[in-house]
Design a protein around this ligand. Structure first.
Ligand SMILES: C[S@@+](CC[C@H](N)C(=O)[O-])C[C@H]1O[C@@H](n2cnc3c(N)ncnc32)[C@H](O)[C@@H]1O
Length: 509
């Protein structure tokens, strides 16, 4: 790279790597020409050559003002009020009342919106807190951070288009907004309840604070794994023990080991930071600052924070190929003797199911020892077999049993959705399909069904959106999982179905 001459290829890779280091963003999916254009634009604005720009961006001292300007070019700011209504129900009906019970009398509840964009999420949190009777008379502190300064400037103005309020009920709209021309101005009390701050979450934890609830939705999905690891580390330290973390619906977390447990209410998932110090001299001491909390964790246990977050991030990284209870190797290691034979027999049943040889599958299942038949994998195999036999009650029972052992099992959720569908309870079916899709964003069948069910409900817009998401998932879906959950249809038939349904509701073919 010399002087002005930057080009696609190696130069662009270096620019991408610099962005990943400074902003955490993964730009692999972004078009090379758009990225080059942004690079040249920012270099021109800084009055340096693109080569000099890259050098400065990538070397100390930190060029934070420019990093923030780059963020304005490169981050995705999409957001709206009350995005993911189920999460707000869980917040107001379960999480905030629980945190109010844990707090001392008159002690404030603290909430963080991390990656708040233009403010809709933070203000929704402020409104939700006001609508929670258990918080009446209690101070609520809401802090909102984002790296993108122009988004924050819009947040502070608190003027929104009707589109930003598309998921806000007419009652809430009337109570908290005032029409001004073609926009809506937010109630001043709600506006002043939120403190906004420009902050790059990749840069150290600083003094984020100690929070009862953190919303960090639709941010991790844009980051490279190392950056996501760093952000999660900061947020985990900023959460009080027993506090709650909400991620975006496509950002899943399973098997958090030390620090978090999966919570599931109101047809949505979120995470609770375990209170591992309960009974210790700290108990749930809510007045700890984040720094002392982090120090304590480091001194009292063998780095539980990094182990927990390692598990989390690995989980996110594996999002595309995990929860394949049926397609993954049954157990790690190579069990010897009869154990190995039993597991092989379970795999044979998986094969029989895939080929719809149900009688063979039943016969092989009858020969399995109880501990294999009652293992998570065994339970899922049995549930699939029951669903093939249209035994809804048995399928549900087996799925519920499996979910008690493995709350994040997307296959079990999907089967429960099919049961609800067959029983005519379409609302429950949609809720279960959503859970399955949220638990495993790479799982194609629940997405396809969400599209089909939306079509049936004559919701062309959401049908199209779901089908557009289902299509690439179907193209990549694991063949074994497709044969097990695809209802007897092969990949090409399912793709053709998906395309035809998309075309029927006005989407691209
Ligand atoms: C898609 S928006 C999500 C907004 C909101 N949380 C929601 O779910 O509706 C993602 C936000 O994350 C912010 N963001 C991305 N990288 C960041 C970083 N390193 N530090 C702080 N904010 C970041 C972006 O500027 C953007 O506003």
């Amino acid at each position: 790279m010399t002087g002005e001459a930057v080009s696609a290829g190696a130069d662009l890779d270096r620019f991408r790597a610099a962005i990943a280091r400074r902003l955490g963003l993964s730009l692999d999916g972004q078009s090379g020409s758009a990225l080059l254009a942004a690079w040249r634009r920012r270099a021109a604005a800084a009055e340096v050559t693109p080569a000099a720009y890259l050098l400065r961006l990538d070397s100390p001292p930190s060029w934070s003002a420019e990093v923030a300007r780059l963020a304005e070019e490169l981050t995705v700011a999409e957001t709206y009020f009350f995005r993911n209504a189920a999460q707000f129900q869980a917040l107001t009906q379960a999480v905030l009342p629980a945190r109010a019970r844990a707090a001392g009398p008159g002690e404030p509840i603290r909430i963080l919106s991390a990656g708040c964009s233009t403010g809709e999420e933070a203000y929704s949190l402020a409104i939700a807190a006001r609508e929670t009777p258990e918080l009446a008379g209690r101070p609520v502190i809401i802090r909102a951070v984002d790296v993108n300064g122009s988004s924050l400037a819009r947040a502070v103005k608190a003027r929104y288009t009707p589109w930003a309020l598309r998921e806000t009920s007419p009652e809430m709209r009337a109570r908290y907004f005032r029409p001004v021309g073609r926009e809506f101005a937010l109630d001043v009390d709600v506006r002043t309840a939120v403190v906004f701050e420009q902050r790059n979450l990749i840069d150290g934890p600083g003094d984020l604070g100690a929070f009862d609830v953190v919303f960090c939705r639709n941010l991790l999905m844009y980051l490279v794994p190392d950056a996501a690891r760093a952000v999660v580390a900061h947020l985990a330290r900023a959460l009080l023990p027993g506090g709650y973390l909400f991620l975006g619906h496509a950002e899943t977390l399973r098997g958090l080991s030390d620090l978090f447990e999966l919570a599931h209410t109101h047809a949505t998932f979120y995470y609770r930071r375990q209170d591992r110090r309960a009974g210790s001299h700290l108990g749930t001491n809510r007045t700890l600052d984040a720094g002392s909390l982090a120090r304590l964790e480091q001194s009292s246990t063998p780095d539980p924070v990094s182990r927990g977050q390692q598990a989390w991030i690995e989980d996110i990284q594996r999002a595309s190929d995990r929860i394949r209870t049926l397609t993954a190797p049954p157990l790690t290691g190579a069990p010897a003797g009869s154990a190995s034979r039993d597991l092989a027999a379970l795999e044979d049943i998986v094969d029989f199911l895939g080929q719809e040889r149900l009688a063979d599958a039943r016969a092989a299942l009858a020969g399995l020892p109880a501990e294999v038949a009652d293992s998570p994998r065994g339970l899922l195999v049995r549930a699939i077999l029951s669903s093939h036999g249209h035994d809804l009650a048995a399928t549900e029972r087996l799925c519920d049993h499996l979910l008690q052992m493995d709350a994040g099992n997307a296959g079990a959720r999907f089967l429960k959705a099919l049961c609800a569908q067959r029983a005519g309870d379409l609302d429950a079916a949609v809720a279960e399909h959503r859970l399955a899709a949220a638990l495993d964003p790479s799982f194609a069948m629940p997405r396809l069904y969400l599209g089909l069910l939306a079509r049936r409900a004559q919701q062309a817009g959401s049908a199209r959106r779901e089908l557009e998401r289902a299509l690439p998932l179907l193209e990549r879906e694991d063949p074994t999982r497709l044969s097990l959950f695809g209802g007897g249809f092969g990949r090409s038939a399912l793709l053709a179905l998906c395309r035809a349904e998309m075309a029927a509701c006005g989407g691209a073919r």
